[in-house]
Design a protein around this ligand. Sequence first.
Ligand SMILES: Nc1ncnc2c1ncn2[C@@H]1O[C@H](COP(=O)(O)OP(=O)(O)OP(=O)(O)O)[C@@H](O)[C@H]1O
Ligand SMILES: [Mg+2]
Length: 297
Amino acid sequence: MSEFAVKISGINKSFKKNHPILKEINLNVECGEMVGLIGASGSGKSTLMRLIAGFETIDDGNGSIKLFGSLCQTNGHQTSAVKTLRSDIGIIFQQFNLVGRLTLLMNVLAGRLGRIGRLQGTFGVFPKNDRIKALQALERVGILDKAYQRASTLSGGQQQRAAIARTLTQEAKLILADEPIASLDPGSAEKVMKTLRKINKQDQVTVIVSLHQIEHAFKHCDRIIALKEGRVVHNSKVSDISQKDIENLYDVELSEKKDHLWDFTKDISKELDKVPLHKISSTVSNDYEIVSSRNVN
Ligand SMILES: Nc1ncnc2c1ncn2[C@@H]1O[C@H](COP(=O)(O)OP(=O)(O)OP(=O)(O)O)[C@@H](O)[C@H]1O
Ligand SMILES: [Mg+2]
């Protein structure tokens, strides 16, 4: 049997002593799956993603994280596999994380940085094959005509599709997308989610995507993992999750029972939008720019 893309066993994560943010997390993600990570603000979604990416380290103890069969973290430390595996992980954030003054093509080519020599990378000299790969990736996400435009001149949806193209150029085996559609209008959000799903299906790239617009998790993902206060409270196929489960997850109640997942998840998203900001626990933002584990600004 092939290895899991992600295997998390019994991990905890605390930032302060005796204040675990993630508690006894056990979960597996199969190669080629697309998993939606949902849960209220502060439930630990980004922290979990950051642990998988190797940007944070798990607490001491018996917990471990394996990616594609290689042990990345155990007993409070990261192994040397983390560095090697980082070039296999494509990361997409809410804030697009493109370099605005560079063309879309250069941004997408940055996906190759982990795969080419340091000197070439420093001077931005990419082999012809890489340029072809980048252009093909832009074509696949539907924005080839924007290849030579500055990233800052593109819409949010186009920038996010470019971020997906960057993971394609990178030849990522695992995409971690942390709220990729949070800043987008509904039409652009749908396009971005469809693009992610297309790549997941066509290339068998494993995708973990955290979403506040949970209707998209239900529509596009194979499986839902729900976190509540740092614990996994649901881990099942989309069809096995009920309206009541979601109401309990977010501590909201809808006035009526909806027949279709899409309807009730959309209504719950609307309910959540009504919660005043001061009621949402503060979280650490992801507003740093990373391109293949290299700071670019
Ligand atoms: N580096 C850090 N130092 C201290 N506390 C942190 C750090 N990162 C996250 N936290 C805390 O961990 C908890 C979970 O945060 P996290 O960002 O993972 O939640 P989230 O589910 O992604 O929330 P959101 O939906 O708002 O993005 C929060 O209480 C947050 O304040
Ligand atoms: Mg988050």
